[in-house]
Ligand binder design. Structure first.
Ligand code: ASP
Length: 335
């Protein structure tokens, strides 16, 4: 199985979220096996190095693992792992082939954090396939932390990134199809989600993380989600751990989810408990949680991992021994 549509046709009349959506980039129906329903390993189950990512992204975690296993840094593992998905034209939520905004423009958001708490991000970047690498360059080569839109593209071009058309035929077709029936206004509960958030610990025990996305499909022009924003879509503290998010970015932003999870781990919560509490913060304020999805993953300094989402249908991939393990984490809405 590959990454899947997070929210499948949750109806406006409140029928709720279909638990398991069809894969956005694949046509087959998805069934969750009993094995998959097992929670991902928590509390001491992982050896270091380790990488964990949102969704079923074995190619990406596999690449990150290769870097980690050969003694590479967690930062390199994150960049190279995320690049795999960004270059995958079939994935319609990240990089090349990402679904466009309402006007048909593919606009990308990404960020990266290293073991020293350094952070770099790009928002509303167009025409550049690897926003994660541009984000890293922002972090390493500029005195700034976020570059947006035209400025970000200009910076990327001057750093040698090749501009290209990111709107594939398949994504263009999907957008044209969407235009036929959809109202030209935001309808949060039928948007599609599939951000890649990735956390890694290298052989030295140092933590890094990254997050890369084309954001909500058919979003309003100019919309930026949680994924490139420090503390929301991603947060790393090398003394404590890291967390990253996927789902409806607006809700993650309002609760500063990833920072919250890291701070909860600092206070002694396990990654699993911390993810659960961060989802609880959203639920406690949102009576309409049936209409949207958020999922978190986290890792602590010991390599223990956790993941939790509002609804069923969230997946993670971990690799700490060369094998990519896909799991379906626990979730809140059991009704
Ligand atoms: N969090 C992303 C955003 O709101 C969407 C996603 O997870 O796919 O832009």
């Amino acid at each position: 199985m590959k990454r899947r549509k997070f929210i499948q046709n949750a109806s406006l009349s409140g029928l709720g979220v279909a638990a398991v959506g069809s894969i956005l980039s694949c046509k087959d129906d998805v069934k969750i096996s009993e094995e998959e329903k097992a929670l991902i390993p928590v509390e001491g189950k992982n050896t270091i190095p380790v990488v964990i990512a949102t969704w079923n992204v074995a190619n990406a975690t596999g690449k990150a693992w290769e870097v980690l296993a050969s003694g590479g840094s967690s930062l390199d593992a994150i960049e190279q792992g995320c690049m795999i998905e960004e270059a995958n034209a079939e994935g319609q939520s990240v990089g090349l082939g990402g679904l466009p905004d309402r006007d048909g423009n593919v606009t990308l958001d990404a960020c990266i954090m290293d073991k020293n708490g350094n952070y770099g991000a790009v928002v509303y970047l167009q025409n550049i396939k690897h926003p994660i690498s541009v984000a890293r360059k922002v972090m390493e080569d500029t005195p700034h932390v976020i570059l947006a839109g035209k400025g970000a593209e200009q910076f990327a071009r001057s750093a040698g990134f090749k501009p290209e058309n990111l709107l594939t035929e398949a994504s263009k077709k999907a957008w044209e199809e969407w235009k036929k029936t959809s109202q030209y206004k935001p309808i949060i509960n039928i948007e599609n989600h599939d951000t890649i958030g990735m956390l890694a610990i290298d052989k030295n025990g140092d933590i890094a993380g990254g997050c890369t996305t084309s954001g909500l499909a058919y979003k309003l022009a100019g919309r930026v989600g949680d994924s490139p924003i420090i503390g929301s879509g991603l947060f790393i503290d090398n003394e404590v751990g890291g967390a990253t998010a996927t789902g409806l970015g607006e809700e993650v932003l309002k609760t500063v989810g990833s920072f919250l999870i890291v701070e909860l781990m600092r206070q002694g919560k396990s990654p699993q408990e911390a993810c659960k509490e961060a989802i609880g913060r959203i639920i406690s304020k949102k009576t309409n949680f049936e209409d949207f999805q958020v999922g978190y993953i986290a890792v602590n300094k010991k390599g223990e991992t956790g993941a939790y989402s509002i609804h069923e249908g969230f997946y993670t991939t971990t690799n700490n021994d060369g094998e990519n393990k896909s799991s379906a984490p626990d979730f809140y809405n059991k009704n």
